[in-house]
Design a protein around this ligand. Structure first.
Ligand SMILES: Cc1cc2c(cc1C)N(C[C@H](O)[C@H](O)[C@H](O)COP(=O)(O)OP(=O)(O)OC[C@H]1O[C@@H](n3cnc4c(N)ncnc43)[C@H](O)[C@@H]1O)c1[nH]c(=O)[nH]c(=O)c1N2
Ligand SMILES: O=C(O)C(=O)Cc1ccccc1
Ligand SMILES: [Mn+2]
Length: 491
């Protein structure tokens, strides 16, 4: 029970901020970016780092998703944390929105500047700061991409396994809590970030675990690192990350296999995961996804529901695991079991898998894919994938299903032509049913793409009213003027 005093002070807070308990977000009005704002930014950063040209603003108005573009008023390219801090503090004082920009590969409209303002592109901060080979960690600037990091580290015998399909910035991946195909074995960004340098909305520069710290574990206070992982640019700008690295596996083998019945394929996954076979990747493509996959690549796979798996480890254990997986697939009526050991064969297969977004878009020329991204406890996968397939078939639309099924995570790619509102409404309806079923099965509305613009409507159902208001109180405490990426995560 609230005491009278507490209730009165809460009422006072709500009154002064314009919030209610239901909606903790105050109604914020921002100032317009004027010629004088641009001049001040140029004074802070220098002429060559501040752009107002329409072509540059357009390029920063959207990501890879179907969400409507929204241009920032100005784009800046800082090359040091001090510059980021100056720009953010300036925007805070002048009530101007700030939108962090990594490589613009997001899938939920995270970089779209829905309230205008200043887009901060991190690409000029792309150095490796420190490599600790014996400790398996590296510290990087925000704009380095995951492929550039892996090229840099190749000779050290270490690699960074988190692999969302795109070659995105490492700190963009922190901001969205990205994962991808290797998460079954190596975890997501949440499990692989040790420390972050963050510029807070008032310009302060903090290190979430303390400056220079890179211990593998800590019990020192709140987990501020994981507050910023997945914060989607709404709490501050990540200007440096210390991440865990992993040893390049001695041996890697890929296996794939086909199934007539979708249930058999997904049941196999549940059995693989629940019997503790340490797969590194465990990907599902339904028959419709395989059609798109064949059409966009030089593969000619049987058009059937398929599992693609990869195991890593010492030679002997990899072959043992491979045999265990074969036995499980065959016992569930899998056929056409094929293995690939050569690095080029494996790379070709995973490249084709990572390009599924473009393969599906190519099925409907001029389309962009609407994204679904639910994730359920792995034992609930068969139920939700079978239902989803039924909804897609009943609606008679194109909707290939692809999943990081080892984690209980899957996507439907719905290619939609701009302006096709009938298709969009059908897809919105299926997406809603998928989310509601996922939540009913104790899952989430987004396993890896984030809330951004598209999933805001589901956050309340997922974490509850008090859960959302607690998140908004954190936002209010760190960003009282609401300048950081407004309109994302919360309405
Ligand atoms: C073809 C393809 C395939 C996939 C994916 C994308 C594409 C195009 N993704 C999504 C991918 O994970 C996502 O695009 C990146 O994590 C975003 O990185 P960017 O650098 O492009 O950030 P981008 O510039 O798109 O920004 C994304 C969000 O992070 C914020 N942000 C960026 N940099 C920041 C910083 N330094 N500080 C604070 N906030 C910052 C932005 O404001 C925005 O809200 C994905 N993901 C996944 O998890 N699994 C997958 O399988 C795939 N697959
Ligand atoms: O391919 C994946 O695994 C992705 O996460 C990318 C994606 C893009 C668009 C729709 C669904 C998934
Ligand atoms: Mn994915």
């Amino acid at each position: 029970m609230f005491s009278r005093v507490l209730l009165r002070s809460l009422e006072k807070i709500f009154k002064t901020t314009g919030c209610t308990k239901r909606n903790y977000s105050p109604k914020i009005s921002f100032n317009k970016v004027t010629d004088s704002t641009v001049k001040s930014l140029r004074d802070l950063l220098g002429e060559k780092k501040v752009f107002t040209e329409e072509a540059v603003r357009e390029q920063h108005s959207h990501d890879e998703s179907y969400h409507t573009s929204a241009m920032p008023d100005v784009v800046v390219f800082p090359d040091s944390v001090e510059y980021v801090s100056k720009v953010v503090a300036f925007c805070n004082t002048n009530r101007i929105p700030v939108v962090p920009y990594g490589t613009g590969t997001g899938l939920e409209g995270g970089v779209n500047a829905v309230q205008g303002g200043v887009s901060i592109n991190m690409k000029n901060m792309d150095k490796v700061v420190e490599v600790n080979g014996l400790d398996f960690d590296v510290t990087v600037q925000p704009g380095i991409t995951r492929e550039a990091l892996n090229s840099y580290c190749r000779d050290t015998g270490m690699w960074f396994p988190i692999d969302p399909g795109a070659d995105c910035s490492v700190c963009g991946m922190c901001a969205t809590s990205a994962s991808g195909t290797n998460a079954v074995k190596y975890g997501t960004m949440r499990e692989n970030v040790l420390n972050l340098e963050v510029v807070l909305p008032d310009g302060r520069i903090i290190h979430t675990s303390g400056k220079g710290r890179r211990a593998k574990k800590t019990s020192a206070g709140f987990n501020m690192t994981n507050l910023f992982v997945g914060s989607e640019g709404t709490l501050g700008i990540i200007t440096q990350a210390t991440v865990k690295m992993h040893g390049i596996p001695e041996k890697t083998v890929v296996a794939y296999c086909h199934f007539k019945k979708i249930e058999d394929a997904v049941d196999t996954v549940i059995q693989i995961v629940s019997s503790g076979i340490p797969v590194a990747k465990c990907e599902f493509l339904d028959d419709s996804a395989i059609k798109a996959f064949n059409a966009y690549s030089d593969y000619h796979m049987p058009v059937a529901h398929s599992l693609f798996m990869e195991v890593h480890g010492p030679e002997a254990s990899v072959h043992h695991l491979f045999n265990e997986i074969t036995t499980l697939c065959i016992s569930n009526n899998g056929y056409g079991f094929t293995g690939a050991e050569q690095a080029e064969d494996r790379a070709r297969l995973w490249k084709a898998r990572h390009e599924m977004l473009y393969a599906v878009n190519a099925l409907v020329p001029g389309s962009k894919s609407f994204v679904t991204d639910v994730c359920v406890p792995v034992t609930k996968l068969t139920e939700i994938i079978v239902k989803t397939k039924q909804w897609i078939d009943k609606a008679n639309i194109i909707g290939p299903i692809v999943g990081h099924v080892g984690d209980g995570n899957f996507h439907v790619f719905f290619p939609i032509k701009p302006g096709d509102t009938t298709a969009l409404n059908t897809v919105l309806d299926i997406s809603k049913q998928m989310v509601l079923l996922s939540l009913a099965l104790n899952g989430t509305c987004t396993g890896e793409h984030g809330i951004g613009l598209g999933k805001r409507k589901y956050l309340l159902q997922e974490v509850g009213e008090d859960g959302v208001s607690a998140m908004q109180q954190v936002k209010q405490a760190l960003d009282p003027n609401g300048i950081m990426n407004p309109g994302k995560i919360f309405y």
